[in-house]
Design a binder for this molecule. Structure first.
Ligand code: GLC
Length: 621
C-alpha cells in the first residue's frame, strides 16, 4: 500500500508538540509493516539549518493558488524506511517559528495546494493520503476539487487525523477565493462554513473518507459539546467514519535499560538504578535528598486544559502530605506566577522550573515516583506513557487517552497501572494523590508491583500502525497486510499474537466480501469504526462508543441533536457524491457490527458531559 503522510511537523526535523512525535514515529512503523510510505513537510528554516546538507534536491515546480503563482522546490531524504519530502518556498517557510504568524492561513493553504500539485513528482502516486490537523485540512478539499475533472485524484482515499480539535483553522469567509482559491459554493453548501467562519477542520472531516483521532475515548468525547469546541454535531454526523487509534511511544528511545540520557539504567527486574536517578533528581532541582519520600512530578505546558486550576485550588493540602513536588514547563503567566510563588513556600519540598528542557524532563521521568496529569481534556497524551515506561506511576483524570492508557490501581488484586479520578474536581484529585502517596509510604511492596505493571505496558507503535493500516485497507478496499511468517514472528511478540485471534488479514475483503467490496469503488467513507475491533489498543478497557450503540443510525438527520449551522443553506454539508453510497454503508456497518458484537465484548460506560464551552477562535499554537 502506498501512503503519503502529510504533516506540518515531525521529529527529528521540527517540533512544537505531540503531533511531531507521532509524525516522526508512525510513518516508520507503517513502513516496518510493509507499507510504502512517504511523508511531506514544509521546509522550515530550522530544517534547512540542521538537515540541509543531508537533503537531496529533487526538482521544482510552480503552484497556482488564487491569483498567486509560486515557486515550490522539492527536497527529499531517506530515513527509517520512509522517504521524507520537504516543500520549499522561502517566502512562506524560511522563518524562525512554525506557526503563530498573521499569514498562517495563506502559508498552509500553499502547503496543502503544493502537496496535491506535487503529487506527480513524488516517488509514487499514493493510494491513501493521511492528513493531520488543520494545517493539512485543505488537502482532502483540494483533492475533491481536482477530482471533479480528473479521475486520478478521485482514486486517492483520504484519512484526516485530529490531534486536538481546539485548533480548527478558522477564517473570515471572504478570504475563500482570495486565500484558498476555492469557489463560493464550498461555503454556500455549508461544507466549509461554521458559525459564520470558513472552518478548514470541518471541511476536512466532511471530505475525508475516514476520520481518526488519537485515542478511542477522545473519539467519543468529540461528539460531546464539552470537548468538541462546537464540532460535536459534525462529529456525530460523521461517527460512521470516525475512529480512535491510540498513539504509541518510541519504545527504543524511551527505554530505561538503555537510555543514555538518564544517570543509571534500570528495569522492572532491577530497580536499584531508579533510586540513584531519584537522588540525582533531588540534587538537580534542590529537593531534600529523602529516598523514602515520594516525588510527585509534572512535565507539562502550563495551560488551562492541563487541569492546573485543580492544583492551584488544593496545592497547600497536597503539600501537607509526606511528598515532594517538582514541576517543569512553561505557559500562561498566571500559572507561572502561581507555581513560582508556591515553590518559595515549600523550599526543599517543592521545585518549579519554568523551562522546556529535554535533559531535565528525562531526569524527572526517571527519578520521580508519581506523575500527575489532571487534564480537563487530553486527546492522547504521551507523557503518561513515557512516565510509566520509567516506573513513574501516573495519576490522571479519566479523559481522552489518559483514560485509555491508565487503569486505576486495585491493590487487593494486584491490578491496574496507575491512579485516576473521573470528575474535574480538586477534592477528587487530592483524594487519589493521598491514596497514591500512602500506598508508596505504607505498602512499598504493593507499590513496587504496581510500578512494575506500569513499566510492562506495551505502548509500541506497531500496534497503532496496524490499526491505521486497517483503516487504510478498509477505505481502499484492499486486503492488508499480507505478512510473511518471518515478518510477523519478528514484529509481534507471542503473547500479543495470542491476544489477537483475528489478525488484520482476517478482516480483509477476501474473507468478508460484502462489506469492503461495496465500499471500494465509490468515494465512500467506509465504516472504519466497525472494521477495527479486533485490534483495540491493549490497555483500553472501554473502546466502545460511549453513547452510540448504533453508530450508523446516529448519522440520520432525525437524530442529529443540534445542527451546527442553522444559517447555512444546505446544512448538510457532505458532498453529494457521498450521499448515495451512505445507505449501502449503513447496511454494511450493521452487518459488520453484528459480526463484531459476537466476537468482541464491549463495556459501555456513560460519561458525564458537562456544559459546552464556546469554541475559541484559534488558528494555531
Ligand atoms: C496533541 C494532543 C495530545 C496528543 C498529541 C499527539 O498535542 O494535545 O494529547 O498526544 O497531539 O497526537
Amino acid at each position: 500500500m502506498k501512503i503519503l503522510y502529510v504533516t506540518s511537523e515531525a521529529v527529528p526535523f521540527c517540533k512544537t508538540g505531540g503531533l511531531a512525535d507521532v509524525a516522526g514515529s508512525l510513518p516508520p512503523a507503517l513502513a516496518e509493516q510493509g507499507a510504502e510510505v512517504a511523508v511531506v513537510l514544509p521546509l522550515y528554516e530550522r530544517v534547512r539549518d540542521r538537515f540541509g546538507s543531508q537533503l537531496k534536491f529533487e526538482c521544482y515546480d510552480y503552484v497556482d493558488l488564487a491569483w498567486r503563482h509560486n515557486y515550490c522546490g522539492l527536497f527529499s531524504m531517506e530515513k527509517d524506511g520512509v522517504t521524507w519530502y520537504f516543500l520549499d518556498n522561502e517566502q512562506y517557510f524560511n522563518r524562525g517559528t512554525l506557526y503563530g504568524q498573521a499569514d498562517d492561513g495563506e502559508r498552509f493553504a500553499f502547503f496543502s495546494r503544493a502537496v496535491v500539485r506535487m503529487l506527480d513528482h513524488f516517488k509514487f502516486w499514493p493510494e491513501v493520503i493521511s492528513c493531520n490537523d488543520w494545517q493539512a485540512a485543505l488537502v482532502p478539499i483540494y483533492l475533491k476539487d481536482d477530482g471533479v475533472r480528473e479521475e486520478r485524484y478521485r482514486s486517492i482515499k483520504t484519512v484526516f487525523t485530529i490531534h486536538n480539535i481546539e485548533y480548527q483553522g478558522r477564517y473570515n469567509p471572504y478570504v475563500l477565493g482570495e486565500l484558498f482559491g476555492l469557489d463560493a459554493g464550498w461555503v454556500k453548501d455549508g461544507t466549509l462554513l461554521m458559525d459564520g467562519d470558513v472552518n478548514l477542520l470541518k471541511g476536512a472531516v466532511l471530505c475525508s473518507d475516514a476520520v481518526s483521532t488519537v485515542s478511542p475515548t477522545y473519539a467519543n468525547e468529540l461528539k460531546m459539546p464539552y470537548f468538541a469546541h462546537r464540532m460535536e454535531g459534525v462529529m456525530r454526523q460523521c461517527s460512521n467514519k470516525l475512529s480512535g487509534v491510540l498513539n504509541g511511544i518510541d519504545m527504543k528511545l524511551y527505554d530505561p535499560r538503555t537510555d543514555g540520557r538518564i544517570l543509571k539504567h534500570f528495569s522492572p527486574e532491577d530497580m536499584t538504578g531508579k533510586e540513584d536517578c531519584k537522588a540525582e533528581l533531588q540534587r538537580m532541582v534542590g529537593l531534600r535528598e529523602e529516598p523514602h519520600t515520594p516525588i510527585v512530578a509534572m512535565v507539562s505546558r502550563l495551560v488551562s486544559h492541563k487541569g492546573l486550576d485543580l492544583i492551584c485550588e488544593v496545592l497547600h493540602d497536597m503539600m501537607e502530605l509526606p511528598m515532594q513536588f517538582v514541576v517543569l514547563g512553561t505557559g500562561d503567566q498566571r500559572y507561572e506566577d502561581f507555581f513560582g510563588w508556591a515553590a518559595q513556600q515549600y523550599p526543599g519540598r517543592m521545585s518549579v522550573r519554568m523551562d522546556y528542557n529535554e535533559d531535565l524532563s528525562m531526569a524527572i521521568y526517571a527519578g520521580a515516583d508519581l506523575f500527575l496529569m489532571p487534564s480537563k481534556s487530553e486527546p492522547c497524551g504521551l507523557s503518561q506513557m513515557i512516565a510509566m515506561r520509567y516506573g513513574t506511576v501516573p495519576i490522571v483524570r479519566e479523559t481522552g487517552g489518559l483514560k485509555d492508557t491508565v487503569q486505576p490501581c486495585e491493590s487487593w488484586r494486584d491490578a491496574g497501572n496507575g491512579f485516576s479520578f473521573a470528575n474535574y474536581s480538586s477534592g477528587d484529585m487530592l483524594h487519589v494523590i493521598r491514596e497514591a502517596v500512602y500506598l508508596y509510604k505504607d505498602y512499598p511492596d504493593v507499590f513496587g508491583r504496581l510500578r512494575q505493571r506500569a513499566m510492562s505496558c506495551d505502548f509500541s507503535w506497531a500496534r497503532s500502525a496496524r490499526e491505521y493500516l486497517r483503516i487504510y485497507a478498509t477505505i481502499t478496499g484492499q486486503t492488508w497486510p499480507i505478512h510473511s511468517d518471518t515478518r510477523r514472528a519478528v514484529e509481534i511478540p507471542e503473547e500479543e499474537t495470542a491476544e489477537e485471534p483475528a489478525p488484520i488479514v482476517e478482516a480483509a475483503p477476501a474473507e468478508e466480501p460484502a462489506p469492503v467490496e461495496e465500499a471500494a469503488p465509490a468515494e465512500e467513507p467506509a465504516p472504519v469504526e466497525e472494521a477495527t475491533p479486533a485490534e483495540e489498543p491493549a490497555p483500553v478497557e472501554e473502546p466502545a462508543p460511549v453513547e452510540e450503540p448504533a453508530p450508523a443510525e446516529e448519522a440520520a438527520p432525525a437524530e442529529e441533536p443540534a445542527p451546527v449551522e442553522e444559517a447555512a443553506p444546505a446544512e448538510e454539508p457532505a458532498p453529494a457524491a457521498e450521499e448515495k453510497p451512505a445507505k449501502k454503508t449503513r447496511k454494511t456497518a450493521s452487518k459488520t457490527a453484528s459480526k463484531t458484537a459476537k466476537t468482541e465484548k464491549k463495556t459501555v460506560k456513560k460519561t458525564t458531559a458537562k456544559k459546552g464551552t464556546a469554541g475559541k477562535k484559534k488558528s494555531a499554537e
